[in-house]
Design a binder for this molecule. Sequence first.
Ligand SMILES: CC(=O)[C@@H](O)[C@H](O)COP(=O)(O)O
Length: 253
Amino acid sequence: MPVLYGTHVESALMLGTAGYPSPRILADAFARSGAGIATVSLRRETGGGQDFWTLVQSLGARLLPNTAGCHSAREAVTTAHMAREVFATDWIKLEVIGHADTLQPDVFELVQAARILAAEGFKVFPYCTEDLTACERLLDAGCQVLMPWGAPIGSGLGLNNPHGLRALRAAFPDVPLVIDAGIGLPSHAAAAMEMGYDAVLLNSAVARAGDPVQMAGAMADAVRAGRAAYLADPMERTDMAVPSTPVLGKAFL
Ligand SMILES: CC(=O)[C@@H](O)[C@H](O)COP(=O)(O)O
């Protein structure tokens, strides 16, 4: 199980809380997933009022407030301060969006915000790209976890750049890495875990499924299977065939 900022988390699946058909389905999806962490958006979900806060606090998952919808370091830092008061936690999923169509993170503003928040004692979980230099800067800024995107938020495309994500894993073998965003299917989540990622954070794939509760269970199974496969040290790939059945001598004719 992942260890994030010194805390052992029960499951390598993290779930978002936005966009479910109903509060009941949200609660059932969490129960089925066994997710160890629930991310909540201070800015997007305040519309739900007290009932929503009561619901998320009853999910049995550790809350990870996020700064979804922020477009500058300043805005994200202010939102993080508010989230710390509302949720009484210094954990923050730091999102600073840089591009309207792709919701790609603005890594320049992200590093700036991460440096400020880490210096203030926040445990920063930055939503970033797989860019090695940006990730290095985030670590220098005080982040102890990185959350590279799989694909644009809400796209369901999976892992757009598996080579880059593999390179990131290899570059930072001791840093907890969480794939955040773009997961559409259990096979995407399993692929991330098979690469050696420590956890997967997703929202849309479950919330927008025809049966969110069933999909939550499927994602949990996929994350477990992917992790088990990684730990089993998968075979090397080769371009040429390697006979799987040894042949000794020749058959009698
Ligand atoms: C809920 C949340 O934090 C999202 O910003 C996150 O990035 C999930 O993305 P998907 O909805 O693509 O899973």
